[in-house]
Design a protein. Structure first.
Length: 458
């Protein structure tokens, strides 16, 4: 798409569509998508049969919410069944004939079997469009160089993201993180990219390592944009502040790889983070449900619940009422920024939530609190449990790295401050194990904040 580089939006006609027109478009596409899934997928025919329904029964969004949810575990089971019955993990879910499939995307598989889904040339065009909408809003234009410091393997932040950046007309440097931190920094110094896409934890690690490996602080690397991806952190005020100060860059939280669900935040002060703007409503229907009962919750301003999404106008592996376990809050009221669309903020994951003496505690909230104590801490920590949650027998154990040369009475006082803040803001009182700097591994991909150690329960 071409046009004035100063315009606010990549696709003005679609992104500024009225809510009524958008809902009409969504419902029409939804009806076609449901019929398509039912006709072409044994898995989806089974989902309809489970509630005694056929596609013609869905004539409204309310009818649609009566269909059962799909989970990642169910997705994996369908893959296993497809392998066992047909020798093909995609056979039960994939809806497009293989002669139309041009790529098979995959999740990173960091928590088990990776989940696969096929895309057609049509689907790739949709993905490219969504990436362009996000980065255009952030200010990326043709001529800007963007360094991609995510896993390039089969992860959806790999090739699909590279193609999306190219579709916008910007220049991508897909260096990846497989070659290590030194290689990423070498590419930054030689090619002078204006933007980097990385996990927030890898960004914080680059801030630590830049002086050691380049002889200069990260804010002298010339990066103007830092796009957070792949893990929580981009929406946490203290993490955003650490990245903004460390790189001297604008910080954007965004989501969406090789599929139809895409959102991006605005450039705003870290403490005023207002969530991500959902840019792909014409190709993805967003719902929220009660995390326990799975009952549908109206998308009213300020409502929160477990995120559920459905791809519409999709050919390859369309997701139907897919629940990934993310807990979000949504806002539908107009934003003073002039950016259109509803907003959402990821609060945490339902399966990561811990319950400590009746209080719901999300690891991301602990991370934000710990990072707020920099520079007295490095910002790296782990939650150490004797067994998997959600129920935790108090006290909750935190292993936190203190800063270099920090100890004695100052460390004792810091311990008391962190415990008090946890009690006041998160409603639990932890015990803290203090670690020397760089004790914990610096992972360049997704960081697992929870460690299970069975010996702790002895």
């Amino acid at each position: 798409m071409s046009g004035d580089h100063d315009r606010l939006l990549w696709n003005e006609a679609v992104e500024r569509m009225s809510r009524d027109a958008l809902r009409t478009l969504q419902l029409n596409r939804l009806k076609r998508q449901i019929a398509y899934n039912y006709t072409n997928s044994e898995f989806y025919r089974g989902k309809f049969a489970a509630v005694g329904a056929v596609p013609a029964d869905v004539q409204s969004f309310e009818d649609f919410t009566r269909l059962p949810l799909m989970t990642k575990d169910e997705h994996r089971r369908a893959q296993v069944e497809g392998l066992e019955r047909y020798g093909d993990p995609l056979r039960l879910i994939n809806c497009a004939p293989i002669n139309k499939v041009v790529r098979i995307n995959s999740t990173s598989g960091t928590t088990g079997m990776p989940t696969f889904y096929a895309v057609t040339a049509h689907d790739i065009a949709v993905i490219n469009e969504m990436h362009a909408r996000k980065y255009w809003r952030a200010g990326i234009r043709p001529g800007h160089i963007m360094l991609q410091a995510l896993s390039l393997s089969m992860f959806t932040g790999g090739l699909p993201l590279s193609q999306g950046i190219q579709n916008l007309g910007a220049c991508v440097v897909p260096v990846g993180i497989e070659g290590g931190t030194r290689r990423v920094l070498e590419h930054i110094e030689m090619l002078h990219p204006k933007a980097i896409i990385a996990t927030p934890s890898f960004g914080q690690y680059l801030i630590e390592e830049a002086p050691k490996l380049t002889g200069k602080p990260a804010h002298e690397l010339g990066l103007h944009w830092f796009f957070c991806a792949g893990e929580p952190g981009g929406g946490m005020p203290e993490v955003r502040r650490a990245l903004a100060d460390g790189f001297g860059a604008k910080i954007f939280d965004h989501t969406g790889g090789g599929h139809a669900f895409h959102g991006i935040s605005r450039d705003e002060p870290p403490e005023q983070y207002s969530g991500m703007y959902f840019v792909s409503e014409d190709h993805c229907i967003l719902e929220i449900v009660d995390p326990q009962t799975k009952a549908s919750i109206p998308l009213n301003d300020g409502a929160s619940g477990e995120m559920v999404f459905t791809f519409i106008d999709w050919e390859g592996g369309p997701f139907l009422r897919y629940a990934l376990g993310d807990i979000i809050q949504v806002w539908t009221s107009p934003c003073v920024s002039g950016w259109p669309g509803l907003r959402f903020k990821i609060m945490g994951r339902a399966d990561d939530m811990l319950i400590v003496k009746g209080a719901n505690v999300y690891p991301q909230a602990i991370q934000n609190l710990v990072v707020s104590f920099q520079p007295r801490v490095t910002g790296h920590f782990r939650i150490r449990l004797p067994k998997a949650g959600p129920l935790v027998q108090p006290p909750l154990r935190l292993a936190i790295e203190h800063a270099a040369g920090f100890g004695g009475a100052a460390l004792t006082a810091l311990d008391g401050e962190i415990v008090a803040r946890c009690r006041e803001e998160l409603r639990f009182s932890p015990t803290i194990e203090w670690l020397a700097p760089e004790t914990l591994p610096r992972e360049s991909n997704k960081v697992r904040l929870i460690e299970i150690d069975n010996k702790l329960g002895l």
